[in-house]
Design a protein around this ligand. Structure first.
Ligand code: AMP
Length: 171
């Protein structure tokens, strides 16, 4: 799997100075990169009885519907505040400077539903934690959290205690 790293473009100082950005558009563009990424995620979660894959805006949307389709599950988007048209539940989360809000449709997860949460990158874990809290608040059971890339040195896992986490690639 580690050779997939050659398909991920690293962009220094984006979106601001000091951040090394892991750009997965180059992985998605590569037919083998896309296939192997989706196959690996499907293999990891097939048989896990996932009802719903929750994808996080924006880059989680590149992978979550394809995985949901492969697993025979549904897809639910979690979006930045103000984008979803119907009634929502929202959760604030902290960023490097200040905080932001994520929203999910209030009726998108039913009590007892088995949910897999997906995003492209696990960094500090604040985003993923907010999404897990939203799903739990709606009565869903978070059975897994999955990422294409995990930045081990930021210890995002520390914020996600008790969760079953799987990342394809580690940096
Ligand atoms: P965090 O809440 O710190 O775990 O940040 C995770 C979110 O920010 C994910 O949605 C990622 O897409 C994005 N992100 C954070 N750091 C990076 C990075 N170095 N490269 C690409 N995306 C990142």
């Amino acid at each position: 799997m580690n050779d997939l790293k050659t398909m991920i473009r690293e962009v220094a100082d984006f979106p601001k100075s000091g951040i090394n950005f892991y750009d997965i558009t180059t992985l998605l563009k590569d037919p083998q990169g896309l296939k192997r990424t989706m196959d690996a995620l499907r293999e990891r979660y097939k048989g896990s009885d996932i009802d719903t894959v929750v994808g996080i805006e924006a880059r989680g949307f590149f992978f979550a519907p394809a995985l949901a389709y492969a697993l025979g599950a549904g897809f639910v988007p979690v979006r930045k505040a103000g984008k979803l048209p119907y009634q929502t539940r929202s959760m604030a989360y902290s960023l490097e400077y200040g905080s932001d809000k994520l929203e999910i449709h209030a009726d998108a997860i039913h009590p007892g539903e088995r949910v897999l949460i997906l995003d492209d990158v696990l960094a500090t874990g604040g985003t993923a934690k907010a999404v897990a809290d939203l799903v739990t608040e709606l009565g869903g059971k978070v059975v897994g959290m999955t990422f294409v890339i995990e930045l081990d040195f930021l210890n995002g896992r520390g914020k996600l205690a008790g969760q079953d986490i799987f990342s394809l690639l580690h940096y």
